[in-house]
Design a protein around this ligand. Sequence first.
Ligand code: PMP
Length: 777
Amino acid sequence: MPRQLTVQGSTARRRIIVHVDVILTAPALTLDEALECARNVFGITAAGSVLPSERDQNVLLEADNDRRRFVLKIANASEKRELLDAQNDALAYVARRTPLCPRAVSARDGSTIAEFVARTGVRHYVRVLTWLPGLPLGAVADQSTDLLEDVGRAVAELDAALDGFDHPAIHRDFHWDLAKGISIVEELAPLVDDPEMRALVTRAAAAIATRDGARFERLRRAAVHNDPNDYNILVDDRRVTGILDFGDIVHSFAIADLAIATAYATLGKAEPLEAAVHVARGYQRVKALDEDELASLFGLVLLRLCASVCVAARQQKQRPDDPYLSISQQPIRETLPRLAALDPSRVEAALRAVRAPTPEETLSARRRVIGPNLSVAYRAPVKIVRGWMQYLYDGSGRRYLDAYNNVPHVGHSHPRVVRAGTDQMRLLNTNTRYLHDLLGQFGERLTATLPDPLRVCYFVNSGSEANELALRLARAHTGRRDVVVLDAAYHGNTSTLIDISPYKFNGPGGEGAAPWVHVLPLPDIYRGKYRRGDPRAGEKYAEFARQVRNPAAFIAESAPSVGGQIILPDRYLASVYAIVRAAGGVCIADEVQTAYGRMGTHFYAFEAQNVVPDIVVLGKPIGNGYPLGAVVTTREIAASFDNGMEFFSTFGGSTVSCAVGLAVLQVVQDERLQEHARQTGERLLERLRALQAVHPLMGDVRGSGLFLGVELVKDRSSLEPATEEAREIVNRLRDRAILLGTDGPFANVLKIRPPMPFSDDDGEHVASALDEVLAGL
Ligand code: PMP
């Protein structure tokens, strides 16, 4: 419909717009006659040319004296005077607030609407409007995001300029009034010849009536332009320069202009919803949309396109040999089915998000107030607004597969966890100085997952706090200070934990190892000193611990995650624990990343090593995102720590955290997530190993359950880390809506460590995307 050459002041779209059922032929003044009218009636001496138009006749005037341009508009003889009055009043009204629209030029007698009797004897109303420069939006093939946002901006500016305008003639019964859209489609749909299109518009209108009907009744009403289609919007390279044609002006839904501009902006777009979001965002920046308007917008966009199909069908019946009609409907016929097939709640979420700041705005707001060394993942930061199980959703409704975040262990926003937390928060949230049954219950349930003699719990708020406490316990118990750690380890963000984290103290900004910290080589059987083929690699790595005198504690992740998704060689922990204990130290298992069945084969990673630590540290997954940490130890160690000094953590063991902790444990068990991780992980590992045979970059594929790593190397014999490639892959996967991270001392290990509901399909999705990205590097 709007795919034709634009004519200022009267688009060719007029061909199929029906204001009255009987179409009178357009005025057909000769050019001389028109120029005479301009001269005699308006005092404009000009050269001119007739612009193509249908219902009215429009003539471009180029004034002789100052080259100013005008459009002479000779109205169809059937045109009602009141409506022309309303149009000119509206033009004058908006001109006070925006330069976007043409102005009406006064005739010699001072009026802006004059009468002119053509040589045919027919009397016409005539007007002259100023000419606006620009190209119709519909003629711009490549419509950028910025341009689409500017369309929204300009339409909002026009609506804002129209605010408060009224005229009796615009309260009219009009086919293009969206407020009557549903009944217009119902009435005219039978005239649509194509049975599929007929069924589609009928179904769509019925669905809109059901979903939006009641809401439509509540929508704000106002005077609206009612036809900012892409051939009535003029643009230069980057911006909207003008909006034409007030011929459809009506009193209707205040967001009708946005809905109509949006409807046409979706046509011919690869991603019509994204185009709609950009227009709506631009609009929202200038003119706030209320809840009902945001929720109704998509229904109105569809309704406008359905109405257009129906009105065009009637036109075709009236003028069957006009080829124009079907050609102009083509883009609607292509786009409407795609729009109608979208999930309305997804669309609503995407449109609602236009009220939120863009990712760029969010980033700069963050930079203004947040410390600069908080990093943001990915070249193109991801702005997430919602999570559900293993998926995250951005503001446009795009779904990302979360393939490496182990904090939402049982799934983002798991309803049972959410309910447990919110129910308890509504009731009571206080600290451990009062009696409450949940504290003991959580302690019971948690220790029941651990072997003897790990029977005493402390609850805190984070992995860091838990590790801090674990060190205090070890030091209180041994009376010593020194700590033995694994290379490349990270244990938390406090001063002491930075001191025991080689990943930090040997990294940028780090100050090296303190004298009381002893670093053992990472037992990495892929690139370390002892490798996979060595059956005694575990014992050999453990031997390094013998050099340490008088340790208070040995602390290690039972499967080093930060170190690069490492699976320890057999007997490593048993051997190192034996050596450390023989030297009088205690053994701390940092299970912050690995607990609660992630490894598939066992509930805790230390179990796969056949050891029982003296202290177990828990964090991230046990609260499923609620800040919760725990330390579980033996009665002896707890007794040593009970030296008279009270231990208190304000939030640790709070009523809500216990409720959440209990719910998470319950879900892990009820949903058999450990077994699920075992099976899903095994199949994914197999699939990745098959890929490894094809892609030389995949130097090592390792892991257990849903704790997997793919180590990338430039060369399989030198094992030179493919750090840049790893970063590139992660970014390209992000562009494909798969979120993975890198880890390891060289940041060359892809870590796959998703929320536990991660499925086989998700695994296949990751593997095939990785395959394609690797092939395209
Ligand atoms: N230990 C390990 C192994 C960790 O990975 C982390 C966090 N990445 C921590 C402790 C610290 O946990 P939090 O950030 O909750 O303080």
